[in-house]
Ligand binder design. Structure first.
Ligand code: FES
Ligand code: FES
Length: 166
């Protein structure tokens, strides 16, 4: 097995070329090689969802795959979703509906919720809970997270105007 493998990935619209060890997990590549520390590591064993990113438009747990498996792919991390002055509707929903406390789970929750809304723009409460069941939160009790996703769905459907703080 070679010591290092050349990969090319596009992350948040920026192309990166790096030599990585074949055993390097994608989450560690994002955090340590690219410095994108918004993607968190909560367990390293596929349980918590804190490491969720989008790979070619699909939510994946980035601790469950190697960086070399992302070669040639397009990735989006929480850093690529919105900015402080221009929040994604899901980010706005978490802000408006108090969908976080410590915030550790939040990037993964948001990436999973965006994936849900991309596939199902008007999910029921049960569908939201089902879609997020791979993401653990030890603080909120989940109710406000569900409300945040419902807010985002309504915002994306044009049922809610601009945020009060805009
Ligand atoms: S760090 Fe990937 S699922 Fe927990
Ligand atoms: S807000 Fe603390 S783990 Fe979810």
């Amino acid at each position: 097995m070679p010591d290092k493998v050349q990969i090319k990935v596009t992350v948040n619209g920026v192309e990166h070329h790096n030599e990585v060890e074949p055993r390097l997990l994608l989450v560690h590549y994002l955090r340590e090689t690219l410095g994108l520390t918004g993607t968190h590591v909560g367990c390293d064993t596929s349980q918590c969802g804190a490491c969720t990113v989008h790979l070619d438009g699909q939510a994946v747990k980035s601790c469950t795959m190697f960086a070399v498996q992302a070669d040639g792919c397009n990735l989006t991390t929480i850093e690529g979703l919105g900015s402080a002055g221009n929040l994604h509707p899901v980010q706005e929903g978490f802000w408006e509906m108090h969908g976080l406390q410590c915030g550790f789970c939040t990037p993964g929750m948001i990436m999973a919720a965006v994936d849900l809304l991309n596939k199902n723009p008007q999910p029921s409460e049960a569908e939201i809970r089902h879609a997020l069941e791979g993401n653990l939160c030890r603080c909120t009790g989940y109710h406000n997270i569900v409300r945040a996703v419902q807010y985002a769905a309504d915002k994306m459907a044009g049922k809610i105007g601009a945020a009060a703080d805009d």
